[in-house]
Ligand binder design. Structure first.
Ligand code: NAP
Length: 487
């Protein structure tokens, strides 16, 4: 059994950010447990061709670690992964990292006021605090299609790309047309003989306007760091300006839809294909996508957009509901992730033996996506209702980390046995949150992974990100209980 002050689970943006902030405060007694053999989270796992961030990278990066060398306004996956690796070396996180440590269990020991954390490899840790930085998009979702096991060729998910499977000159079936697929389909169309793109719902797509960042701009960013700060600040407010269209003034989405239709018209000359690619739900209800090269790719003669529902997978292809068989040598799933089941297979047992799954029987909820009553000294990063439809998750993670440090300091400075969010504060927070969600575009009638099986939005933050940050910027004793300390 290893004794530590803090266990951090996961080494993506959240886990690494937590490590940096802890060290900055002189807290060095922590480990970062990582199930894989390298850092990076989604940016390690998603290596599909064309993988890039879909938020401008000067915003989608840590505020405390500017990178003057980004090569594009929407950085590519290898560059973002290299950035995260540089976070490890620059901030001395190497000695804290433990790879091959998949956490299966975290159990609160009330008598000791400690968490007992067990890994699949048998390693055990006793920690005062746990920071679960599991990430929202770490578990690929592959649909159970009838007959899939019969298929003779290779099949894989976009988050588990198989570089060993040759695609050049082959017939590739792609299932799904979400954020990942629109990035890899253009690369596939360039090399495959044919691409059959099975589309269940067309996505709203806006121009990305990606630009290379030349050596002159990079030199300027290096010489005058405030320029990059200024750009980040400008991008931040540009993104925040979109919030009302998602939350209250959803009629504004008709303007964005006009822009998206123009984009489609400019890039797809064939009216029949355009019709297939035109969504019939309010823009914003599902994640808005950005791309400059998806439409031109699907307009190419070797790409076939199939809108008939998939009936079954056969030995040599995919059969659709109209009885047609679409011959494929390889099947690629761009079908997204298991998102609404927030902690997945990790078993978290809080006070009185209550598990997080018990606490979340009616849907995942937390106080600012960070704390859950009954789970003392336990923090989540990117927990329930912290996702965004309009801006950078790195901002949300940093806001959460500000609170984590405040809570840790509150426990240390008061000599409390432990901390937890108050029941009534958490309930009030969630009532308000669900009330605000009612008017949002995400509940305007489409099916999306933002909603759980009850139709409840447990994934998105319905407002400006600065209000999220403000709510987490101080440790308010009326919201929090410190055990053993009188109020
Ligand atoms: P996604 O957006 O959830 O898209 C999944 C796609 O698969 C959708 O088109 C969906 O259709 C389809 N699908 C799912 N199950 C299906 C089934 N049984 N039969 C047919 N089609 C099915 O997943 P993703 O593209 O992997 O992206 C997930 C999230 O990752 C994104 O929303 C985004 O937050 C993130 N992402 C971010 C970046 C970035 O740059 N930061 C890049 C890629 C992804 P329906 O629409 O009909 O459900």
């Amino acid at each position: 059994m290893h004794e530590v002050e803090v266990v951090i689970i996961g080494s993506g943006f959240g886990g690494l950010g937590a490590g940096v902030r802890l060290r900055e405060r002189g807290r060095t007694d922590f480990v970062i447990l990582e199930r894989a053999s390298a850092v990076g989270g989604v940016w390690r796992d998603n290596t599909y061709p064309g993988c890039a961030c879909d938020v401008r990278v000067h915003l989608y990066s840590f505020s405390f670690f500017a990178n003057p060398d980004w090569s594009h306004t929407y950085a590519r996956q290898p560059e973002i992964l290299a950035y995260l690796e540089r976070v490890v070396t620059t901030f001395g996180l190497g000695p804290h990292l433990k790879f091959g440590h998949e956490v299966v269990d975290a159990v609160w020991d009330e008598a000791q006021a400690r968490w007992l954390v067990t890994c699949a490899n048998g390693a055990r840790f006793r920690a005062r605090f746990v920071i679960a930085a599991l990430g929202g998009l770490s578990r690929p979702a592959t649909p159970r299609l009838e007959g899939l096991e019969r298929f003779q060729g290779p099949t894989f998910h976009s988050a588990q790309w198989r570089p060993d499977v040759p695609l050049a000159g082959r017939r590739v079936g792609v299932i799904g047309t979400g954020a990942s697929a629109i990035q890899f389909v253009p690369r596939l169309v360039e090399q495959a003989a044919e691409v059959h793109l099975f589309q269940r719902t067309p996505a709203w797509i806006l121009p990305r306007n990606d630009r290379p960042i030349g050596p002159l701009a990079q030199r300027l960013f290096r010489a005058l760091p405030f320029l990059q700060l200024l750009l980040r600040w400008g991008l931040y407010w540009l993104h925040e300006a979109r919030v009302p269209a998602f939350t209250k003034a959803t009629w504004l989405m008709t303007l964005a839809a006009r822009l998206a239709r123009k984009h489609l018209e400019a890039q797809v000359p064939d009216a029949r294909l355009r019709q297939k690619l035109t969504p019939d739900y309010t823009l914003g209800c599902k994640r808005v996508l950005v791309s400059d090269d998806f439409y031109p790719a699907v307009a190419r003669p070797n790409c076939h957009v199939v809108t008939q529902p998939i009936a079954a997978v056969t030995e040599r292809g995919v059969r659709t509901a109209d009885g047609r068989e679409h011959p494929c040598d390889v099947l690629v799933f761009g079908t997204g992730f298991v998102v609404t089941d927030v902690v997945g297979p990790l078993r978290v047992v809080g006070r009185q033996g209550v598990t997080l799954s018990d606490a979340w029987r009616d849907g995942a909820k937390a106080w600012f996506g960070t704390a859950v009553h009954g789970f003392p000294n336990f923090f989540m990063l990117t927990g329930p209702n912290t996702g965004l439809g309009h801006s950078s998750m790195v901002f949300m993670i940093e806001a959460q980390l500000t609170f984590v440090l405040k809570a840790l300091e509150a426990v240390s400075s008061t000599g409390a046995r432990w901390w937890q969010v108050r029941d009534d504060a958490e309930a009030r927070f969630n009532d308000g949150l669900q009330r605000r969600l009612r008017t949002t575009v995400w509940l305007s009638g489409c099916q999306s992974w933002y909603l759980d099986e009850r139709g409840k939005n447990v994934t998105l933050w319905p407002g400006f990100t600065f209000t999220f940050r403000a709510g987490l910027s101080r440790f308010d004793r009326t919201h929090h209980h410190l055990e053993g300390v009188s109020t």
